[in-house]
Write a protein that binds this ligand. Structure first.
Ligand code: ADP
Ligand code: MG
Ligand code: MG
Length: 882
């Protein structure tokens, strides 16, 4: 393989994974060229060279340098200009491009090849001195910053001061002499800060820029982004060297960013922004507020400045046509960068556009309708994890809100939190479990960690394609951008609107779907599942084999889950029914009683409550299975803690305080999660499990007698590790069932099974399956017990494990393959013993797409997850089959 490839090279067609080798940007530039779109000539230095660069102690070896020079000759010929020439100089852009787009992570350098002499040549050649000087100062700015490490604000400050002195507002108000002066100032700053002259040799410039791109792969902000997005550091980046085209030569020039469909809501319309007489980063940097591409968008936004459709109708038409070609070719919504040089359109980049989940669903469904993709492809297109944002609450329109300002609806969803003005503060409060809204003039890649920690993002500057907007959409964080109505004062830690002042720590709500900024917290409402979303889900349902149940014990959660498509309950944790204020007293009475009689008395008080809960849940889940787990946690979890709680119990039980306290001490356990819990409680205090079974069966009888359709109960014994435990517990359940059936003169159907959550249970699954009609893998505990790793304490050091690459991901989030092996053993042995055995999973992993793939592969019958993850699981289960 050649290490460096011209965009037009036929060799790039032969590469198996062009994106891996050429990076996303390079692969698409050469593909656009191949399908006949206007792309400025250039070449790609492959990711392989990045690898060599790091091997050679961060140097470009001479062979590579020679190849670069050779490829440069090819470009020179193509465009008829010469690099460093004093008559007609070729200028270059040096652009990074990893396999996947890492917005703003790597730095691009424009106008490379300008120096004190070529700038004069450029001015003469184009008869445009202002343009030439403007380009040169931009180059010094970018190169000084990216390659020589001079902080960017130093240049910006010089420009701002200059404008102040001159009494103008916009960069475009500065003329060639102004820029000339600034160029000299810039060079002084560079010399001063970098202790080196700004390089005048164009080849030094080029090699410096290429090295800088490679070096930026290991920059802190790139590392943070990779970590958040699980991008391996071995991938490296490619570098694209491309001849420049100029959007800053005058009013018939422009630069812009455009999506082939609306990235917020998915509507099939061109959506984007552009700036006349501007270059590259101007649009995304938020320094000038960009204008709309289409007339419609401009009118919708009630903006005055002409849209591109109005100001450059011919070029717009051409662009529109190219966008259609690109969508047809890539069969996906594209995010495109373009530049217009003296009325000529040039395509600078295309890639699959980032979009909100709402937009992703709509686009996938529309593209099936348009026959661009199949239903299978549509289902595969949607990242199940991204559905989360669609399922999350929006502002309750009925509540009155105190709107203090508004901005652009940059990323949908509503969020409330304390105002913070720095990423550090957002992180600090997040560690303390506090919700924040990160408020910034604009964001930069340095803010990614803070944007992650915050619940929402608000910026004062920047458009729909600004850094804040793009990154927030990618993360699924609500974002309002470009709110010119707020005036931020970082020093005083506050922002002002025309009539109010908001200080750090005050609570605000932002609505990323409408752009509203609201004082205080606003109630939210649950989203509805309908339209495109339910269509996509119905396609998913037609492909999946795994059933999807939910973990739920309250009627509200059960109802939510049912609306989201849950096909039963996979885990109903009865202890959650105990925490109610009224009941907890009886629970404590039961725990603290010393005799069976006393305990029975307390249990009798609990029975009607449990029965009522079951009646409700069984009604909602009519016709569907409901797995009820008998009491699982160690009793000490229910113990009274405060003085008042202890007094209350003492009164009810009628025992002196001292005795209660000593009983509490008795129940204390050193290691409760491995202590007296699960079926061990059922062995010691069978009367507790008897009461729970009675509540279940009486609830069923009640419904049966009233002829109300009920759910199908599956009674689950937790924390079993031996055959004897499940045998004894099953006998207990069957005995109580018989008693109730006899009592109420009804016949009841049910199953008895167990959780597999201890390694011994998995390994001895054949013995356990003799008595169990189903297994449900409790993978939270199974992970904890397999690793001997405390779920409740591991958070403190898990990060070290991830940083040292011991874990690639938290094993409590995505199932570990060792734990997976135990599941497989249990599945195999369980099925061998009992062909009809039902198999499911009810740990957190049941809602994790990767783990769901695993469950489908080992042939489980269902996964069970929290209500809001049900649609996620339905989609992931479908993808596992495709
Ligand atoms: P990013 O990955 O941050 O988008 P790019 O490499 O796409 O960086 O460059 C950023 C911007 O620089 C582009 O959107 C484009 O406007 C401008 N640019 C890049 N290459 C050229 C070029 N050859 N001619 C003119 N402008 C360019
Ligand atoms: Mg780009
Ligand atoms: Mg458990």
């Amino acid at each position: 393989n050649k290490l460096i490839l011209n965009f037009k090279s036929k060799d790039s067609k032969k590469i198996k994974n062009p994106k891996n080798f050429l990076g996303g940007k390079g692969a698409n530039l050469s593909e656009m060229g191949r399908i006949g779109l206007p792309v400025p000539p250039g070449f790609t230095i492959s990711t392989k060279v990045c690898e060599l660069f790091y091997k050679d102690k961060k140097k470009l070896n001479s062979q590579i340098i020679n190849t670069i020079k050779k490829e440069l000759k090819v470009i020179e010929k193509e465009v008829g200009k010469k690099f460093g020439d004093l008559k007609n100089p070729l200028l270059l852009s040096v652009r990074s491009g990893a396999r996947v787009s890492m917005p703003g992570m790597m730095d691009t350098i424009l106008n490379l090849g300008l120096n004190d002499n070529t700038v004069i040549a450029l001015a003469n050649k184009t008869s445009n001195k202002r343009f030439a000087k403007d380009s040169y100062r931009r180059f010094i700015q970018m190169y000084g910053n990216v390659v020589m490490g001079v902080e960017g604000y130093l240049f910006e400050e010089l420009i701002e001061n200059y404008k102040l002195t001159k009494g103008v507002l916009l960069d475009t108000d500065l003329d060639e002499n102004d820029w000339e002066g600034l160029i000299n100032d810039f060079k002084k700053v560079v010399k001063d800060k970098a202790k080196k002259d700004f390089p005048q040799n164009v080849y030094d410039q080029l090699l410096g820029a290429i090295s800088a791109v490679f070096l930026s792969w290991e920059s802190n902000r790139a590392k943070v982004y990779r970590k958040l997005n699980q991008i391996p550091s071995e991938w490296g980046t490619a570098v694209n060297v491309q001849s420049m085209v100029f959007g800053n030569m005058g009013d018939d020039c422009a630069t812009g960013v455009v999506f082939t469909r609306n990235p917020s809501d998915g509507v099939n319309e061109v959506y984007g922004e552009y700036l006349i007489n501007a270059q590259g980063e101007d649009v995304v940097a938020g320094t000038r507020t960009p204008q709309y591409i289409t007339k419609k968008a401009r009118k919708d936004a009630k903006a005055k400045e002409a849209s591109m459709e109005e100001s450059m109708p011919k070029v717009f038409k051409q662009l529109d046509k190219i966008l259609k070609v690109l969508e047809k070719h890539y069969k996906d919504m594209q995010d495109v960068e373009f530049t217009v040089e003296s009325k000529k359109l040039w395509m600078l980049q295309t890639r699959s556009g980032k979009r909100t989940s709402k937009s992703a669903v709509r686009i996938a469904v529309d593209m099936v309708k348009e026959k661009l993709i199949s239903k299978k492809e549509a289902v595969m297109r949607i990242d199940p994890a991204s559905l989360d944002t669609l399922l999350h609450p929006t502002l309750d329109e009925k509540s009155s809100v105190n709107i203090i300002a508004s901005g652009l609806p940059a990323s949908p969803g509503a969020a409330s939190g304390k105002v913070v003005f720095s990423s550090e503060e957002a992180e600090r409060l997040n560690d303390m479990m506090q919700d924040t809204i990160l408020v910034r003039v604009e964001t930069s890649p340095e803010d990614i960690h803070g944007m992650h920690a915050a619940k929402g993002i608000l910026t004062a500057r920047g458009g729909m394609t600004s850094h804040a907007a793009v990154v927030a959409r990618g993360m699924g964080r609500p974002c309002v951008s470009g709110s010119s109505e707020i005036d931020i004062n970082y020093e005083a830690k506050l922002f002002k609107t025309s009539f109010t002042e908001v200080k750090e720590g005050d609570i605000i709500t932002i609505d990323g779907s409408t752009g509203r900024i609201i004082l205080g917290e606003v109630p939210t409402v649950k989203p509805e599942i309908s339209g495109d979303f339910s269509k996509l889900m119905s396609w998913a349902d037609s492909f999946r084999k795994l059933k999807v149940r939910t973990n739920s014990e309250t009627p509200l959660d059960t109802k939510t889950a049912r609306d989201f498509g849950a096909e039963g309950i996979g885990l109903c944790r009865t202890e959650h029914m105990f925490f109610d204020e009224e009941r907890i007293l009886s629970v404590r009475e039961m725990i603290l009683s010393k005799t069976v009689e006393d305990r029975n008395k307390a249990l009798a008080k609990l029975l009607p409550h449990q029965r009522k809960d079951f009646v409700e849940i069984f009604k909602i889940m009519n016709g569907l299975p409901v797995t009820v787990r008998l009491l699982d946690p160690p009793l000490h979890e229910f113990l009274p803690k405060t003085e008042k709680e202890i007094n209350d119990v003492a009164t009810v039980v009628g025992l002196p305080l001292k005795e209660i306290e000593s009983r509490i001490n008795e129940l204390h356990e050193q290691n409760p999660m491995l202590g007296h819990r699960g079926c061990r409680l059922g062995i010691s205090f069978p009367e507790i499990y008897e009461m729970q079974c009675r509540a279940i069966f009486e609830a069923l009888s009640e419904l049966k007698i009233k002829k109300i359709k009920s759910a199908f109960p599956e009674i689950m014994i937790p924390l079993v590790s031996t055959e004897a435990e499940i045998r004894i517990m099953k006998d207990l359940v069957v005995r109580v069932a018989k008693e109730v059936q006899k009592d109420k003169k009804v016949k009841l159907d049910f199953l008895v099974g167990t959780m597999i959550e201890l390694p011994r249970a998995a390994i001895k699954a054949n013995d356990i399956a003799k008595h169990a009609e189903f297994f449900s893998f409790g993978t939270n505990d199974l992970t904890q017990t397999t690793f001997g790793l405390s779920r409740d304490d591991s958070g403190k050091f898990l990060n070290d494990y991830i940083e040292n690459k011991i874990f690639s991901i938290d094993p409590f989030i995505s199932i570990d393959d060792g734990v997976g092996d135990l599941v497989e053993i249990a599945v195999e042995k369980g099925r061998k013993q009992n062909k009809k055995i039902k198999l499911g999973i009810c740990g957190e992993h049941g809602g994790d797409p990767k783990s769901i793939h695993f469950c489908a592969n080992v042939g489980l019958d269902y996964v069970s997850c929290s209500p809001y993850r049900v649609p996620v699981a339905r989609l992931a289960a479908a993808q596992a089959e495709l």
